[in-house]
Design a protein around this ligand. Structure first.
Ligand code: NAG
Ligand code: NAG
Ligand code: NAG
Ligand code: NAG
Length: 588
């Protein structure tokens, strides 16, 4: 402790070494965490330290909007990572990393521009730095224990740390994973497969490109299996392809054989994203960080493999997030979108009440995060009893109708204000359905789009399952955006980047409007709330603008380009896509 104070003071040059005066904060009272024993002094613990002042979200957002509002001067001119670094704040000096290494004795890893440092050190070292006692906290719903300070903490005066994560903030609950069934009891012939998605949503080519990038976010022990992916590709005659980047090391055939629960989300995400958008380099991003969405945003902001399309089929309860976490996520995600990334997030499977509702007594309007972030595209779920007629017959996926298993999440944020470009759509909705009390009708409304979320055929541990959820919808819509990126980049243009303003500017011209259904019931039809939203003409807080008609989506989102260039680009992508198949066939 003495050493750390000395180094910190030396770096700051101004402070008296022994004062611990900068009060920082305490944790939110989240009743599902129970305090246990004192943490062992030698236990290793990770703290994330922000080294630079938080960049102004307002200023970054202004830069983003002048690149993403249709008709603006710099429309779709995304920045290089160097430009993002200039506007986003960077720590050139490395003072924070030096302090953590030499003063605290931590193992460290900084983000590319030094804004954040992840540091692992023994509990005893952290107790000295933050003047607090660490305890084990046990989650009584999930089998999980974390180490955190009890109550308030301070950062020693002069320490080069603007904010810290993992000191006293108890992690929010995280939801993920679709509902899974085996193949018994199927009465209707409405299974979703890659070819059903192609025919129903008008995708004529799945040719992606090695010049664009795509990936999925995972946490909470979720694995994927390379051998299941390969079986899935053989089952549906898809080109054989592998995940390129297994970030965090969570590929495991064995785990998927032992426990399908550990693999359903991971396998669903890679199998469908790679089936719909083929041959595009695929990343499986995994983190165990206690602020998993912040960890992902830090990773995304460092990516210079652009344009990147990411999908997150995980969610938390928005009100359980601390302001520090929301601010950090927002700023880093805006930096990533400024560089040309696009993010999709599933809207939740339990309607308005969200996953934390266990009985009717828990009903209410409970927004899902990060679906509510204005920097992502939130995706809800639809249901169809038949996929015979492209784009016809979809309703809200709601668990009380036709055994549809899950209910599309949607509603209004209590943290984020409505972006201006969404105001007209929401006001059209409230012309049809009068607002009631219980939610903030001026909050950012979600979802923005929707897609089938019921009975996708997925291979897990060598067996075929049907899985349902907005977990199906998000990676599939993300894959469609990735296909559009492939066409745009092949035609010499920039990728979609921050696409939300362009989506709202279209008034639903590329979507199948979903006008029937509501989201009062939680998944599995365990109970239905009095609260809920109804689908309506145009945008609604259950299915957004509706499900994506890919042919129209691609046409609209390439309409700024020379049609001849687009046609040539598509034909080149298609030739590139069949080349490996021909080569493989010739070898045999
Ligand atoms: C199959 O259907 C029967 C009757 O509806 C039901 O009791 C049973 O639980 C179902 N089995 C599965 C695996 O869903
Ligand atoms: C509703 O949301 C708006 C926009 O975020 C905010 O300005 C207002 O204070 C909120 N109202 C209430 C009652 O929380
Ligand atoms: C958009 O909304 C913000 C408040 O969130 C306001 O300051 C700004 O003037 C609005 N811009 C336009 C173009 O309406
Ligand atoms: C969407 O509606 C707005 C307001 O009615 C209009 O100004 C705009 O041109 C419409 N956009 C499209 C693509 O139809």
């Amino acid at each position: 402790m003495l050493l750390s104070l000395t180094v910190a003071a030396a770096i700051a040059e101004t402070v008296t070494a022994m004062t611990l005066e900068r009060h920082v904060g305490s944790h939110k009272p989240l009743e599902y965490w129970k305090k246990g024993a004192r943490a062992p002094a030698g236990a290793l613990h990770e703290v994330i330290v922000r080294a630079v002042p938080l960049a102004s979200r307002g200023e970054l957002e202004a830069l983003l909007l002048e690149r993403s509002i249709p008709g603006s001067a710099r429309f779709r001119e995304w920045m290089s990572t160097e430009e993002v670094k200039r506007v986003g704040g960077a720590s050139e000096l490395g003072a924070t990393e030096r302090w953590l290494k030499l003063g605290v004795g931590a193992r460290t890893k900084a983000t590319k521009h030094g804004e954040y440092v992840r540091a692992i050190a023994p509990v005893a070292a952290w107790e000295g730095v933050f003047a607090c006692e660490f305890y084990a906290w046990h989650h009584h719903e999930e089998k999980k224990t974390v180490l955190r300070c009890d109550g308030d903490y301070s950062i020693e005066s002069g320490a080069p740390a603007e904010a810290v994560f993992g000191v006293s903030d108890l992690p929010p609950r995280v939801w993920g994973g679709p509902r899974r069934r085996d193949k018994t009891n199927k009465t209707l012939d409405n299974i979703v497969t890659p070819s059903v998605i192609n025919s129903f949503y008008e995708i004529s080519s799945n040719a992606g490109s090695s010049k664009v990038y795509q990936g999925v976010f995972e946490t909470s022990g979720m694995d994927f299996s390379g051998s299941d992916l390969s079986d899935f590709q053989s089952l549906f005659d898809l080109p054989s392809d592998k995940v390129d980047t297994d970030y965090g090391g969570h590929e495991s055939d064995i785990e998927c054989e032992i426990d399908a629960d550990e693999c359903d989300e991971g396998n669903l995400d890679v199998q469908y994203m790679m089936a719909v958008s083929q041959l595009t380099p695929m990343t499986y991003y995994y983190t165990d960080a206690s602020s998993p969405f912040v960890a992902f945003a830090l990773y995304a902001a460092d990516l210079d493999t652009q344009p990147f399309v990411g999908s997150i089929s995980w969610g938390s309860i928005e009100s359980e997030m601390t302001d520090e976490v929301l601010e950090a996520f927002d700023v880093e995600l805006v930096k990533a979108t400024l560089a040309g990334s696009t993010f999709f997030v599933s809207s939740g499977d339990d309607g308005v009440a969200n996953f934390a509702a266990y009985s009717k007594a828990d009903c209410g309007y409970v927004p899902s995060y990060p679906a509510t972030s204005p920097y992502v595209v939130a995706v809800g779920a639809t249901y169809a009893s038949s996929y015979d007629d492209p784009g016809v017959g979809e309703v809200v996926c709601e668990s009380d109708v036709d055994d549809a298993i899950i209910t599309s999440g949607g509603g209004f944020s209590t943290y984020y204000a409505q972006p201006n470009f969404t105001l007209a759509a929401i006001s059209d909705y409230f012309d049809q359905v009068a607002p009631v009390s219980g939610y903030n009708a001026s909050g950012r409304a979600y979802p923005d789009l929707a897609l089938s979320g019921y009975d996708y055929l997925v291979v897990i541990g060598g067996a075929e399952y049907y899985v349902s959820g907005t977990s199906c919808s998000s990676p599939t819509v993300a894959a469609m955006a990735s296909l559009v990126n492939a066409v745009r980049v092949e035609a010499g243009a920039s990728g979609l980047g921050y696409v939300l303003p362009s989506i709202y500017a279209q008034n639903g011209s590329f979507t199948n409007d979903i006008t029937s259904g509501s989201n009062n019931c939680v998944a599995e039809d365990e109970f239905c709330c009095d609260q809920g939203f109804d689908a309506a003409t145009g945008w609604d807080p259950v299915t957004g603008w509706g499900s994506v008609d890919y042919a129209k989506f691609e046409a609209v989102f390439t309409s700024d380009l020379d049609p001849l260039e687009v046609a040539r680009a598509k034909s080149r992508l298609n030739v590139d896509a069949v080349r490996p198949l021909r080569a493989a066939a010739q070898k045999q």
